[in-house]
Write a protein that binds this ligand. Structure first.
Ligand SMILES: *Cc1c(COP(=O)(O)O)cnc(C)c1O
Length: 399
């Protein structure tokens, strides 16, 4: 069903495996293991137990009644990934990959992290499974996100500051691949989004697809019909593809990815990859990337640390290409408005990433009929963002 990678790991013209020879063995081993376990009843029952008992799934599909009434159009539902243990959707992917790594006999997890959210989730899973854990994090990000560095250490992980390039997320990804190449016998690279070489975009998508598997059943139960549109924010694209997946074959359901426009798509301070990017090859995949005039990966910017990756997963590039999903830019200013509005009207402080999706819902809901339905994924909770939103409003608060 839906969109599947072909036998070369491509979604249409995107995806693939653009990797050095030295990484090929690790990728083949991972592909074979995943093919073996993905439909294994024992594996899936263990994962389901982890989701339920440890991660607090299923997450709620919450009717945002106050917002719906205030905006005066379509009914708005939130898929509450913010209620998951560790506060975001990232745990879905991490538990799946950690369990897979364990089945493969690996004893060590490595991962990249930008703001630290994926690093903390991976360190959490490593602690749970009793595995060694090393997290690669840009030096600049380590300084900006000292609390998350502390949490990872507390959970028993080692954090390696990366100084190459711009010392941010993309450099941490490159460093994690390098480390994996050097040590594949005991190590699994727990990649944090639907990106990188095949089979990562498929593996991460499958583990995150629990979001739409649940939301589809939940909306059918509550409303007796499918939503008119599903909205989610897009960084690398894992919460969005997870939110879309089980609706891809339902043409009546619009799929809307909300990208971080930063200060605007007509400025250089943006991270809206689909709106401003071009086809390129980076981090093992062919996809759309923010590039400068010479085709170099461009520095990206967004108020939201979780969305400032210069690329997007290949399945999204494909869904865009074939017109099945649309992608819209949302600025810092609009996301901050949505962050504050949702806090005041619903008593829910959403992650600043998720606020990008809510902001777009706020734009389209009033123009829709009262019997139409929007499902918006709240990918995480916003406690982590209070200091930076306060700063955006000119207020410095102690962290
Ligand atoms: C990391 C993160 C994102 C962005 O990652 P995707 O792979 O695009 O989902 C979005 N929201 C939250 C809360 C995050 O932590």
């Amino acid at each position: 069903m839906a969109t599947q990678a072909d036998d070369k790991g491509r979604f249409g013209q995107f995806g693939g495996q653009y990797i050095p020879e030295t990484l090929m063995n690790a990728i083949i081993e991972l592909d074979e293991a995943y093919t073996r376990y993905k439909d294994d009843p024992q594996f899936n029952s263990e994962l389901e137990t982890l989701f339920r008992e440890y991660a607090n799934r299923p997450s709620r599909l919450y009717y945002a009644a106050k917002m719906t009434e205030d905006l005066g159009g379509a009914k708005i539902y939130f898929k509450r990934e913010d209620l998951n243990f560790t506060g975001a959707h990232k745990i879905n992917n991490v538990l799946g990959q950690a369990l897979l790594a364990k089945k493969m006999g690996k004893t060590r997890l490595i991962a990249e992290t930008g703001a630290g959210q994926h690093g903390v989730a991976t360190a959490t899973a490593a602690a749970y499974f009793g595995m060694e854990c090393v997290i690669f994090m840009g030096k600049v990000d380590c300084e900006r996100q000292a609390l998350n560095v502390y949490k990872m250490n507390l959970l028993g992980a080692k954090v390696v500051p990366v100084t190459s390039g711009t010392a941010t997320l993309k450099d941490a990804v490159s460093e994690a691949f390098r480390e994996w190449t050097n040590r594949i016998e005991d190590t699994h690279y727990c990649l944090g989004s639907v990106m990188g070489p095949h089979p990562f975009p498929t593996i991460v998508r499958d583990f995150q697809s629990v979001i739409s598997r649940e939301s589809r059943a939940q909306i059918l139960e509550k409303e007796g019909r499918l939503p008119d549109a599903v909205l989610a924010c897009v960084g690398g694209g894992s919460n969005a593809i997870g939110s879309f997946y089980h609706y891809i074959d339902d043409p009546g359901v619009q799929l809307i990815g909300c990208e971080a426009a930063g200060r605007g798509i007509d400025t250089y301070e943006t991270a809206a990859t689909i709106s401003t990017g071009r086809i390129g090859i980076f981090h093992g995949m062919k996809s759309l990337f923010c590039q400068n005039e010479y085709g170099q990966i461009a520095p990206v910017y967004s108020i939201s640390a979780g969305l400032d990756y210069p690329g997007v997963g290949p399945e999204h590039a494909h869904l865009y290409d074939i017109g099945r999903a649309q992608y819209v830019p949302v600025t810092d200013a609009e996301a901050v408005e949505a962050f504050e509005y949702t806090s005041k009207t619903e008593g829910i402080i959403p992650a600043i990433e998720s606020s990008h999706a809510i902001a777009h819902a706020m734009k389209i809901a009033p123009k829709m009929d009262k019997d139409q339905i929007l499902v918006v994924t709240v990918s995480g909770r916003g406690d982590k963002d209070c200091a930076s939103v306060a700063r955006y409003r000119g207020l410095e608060i102690a962290q």
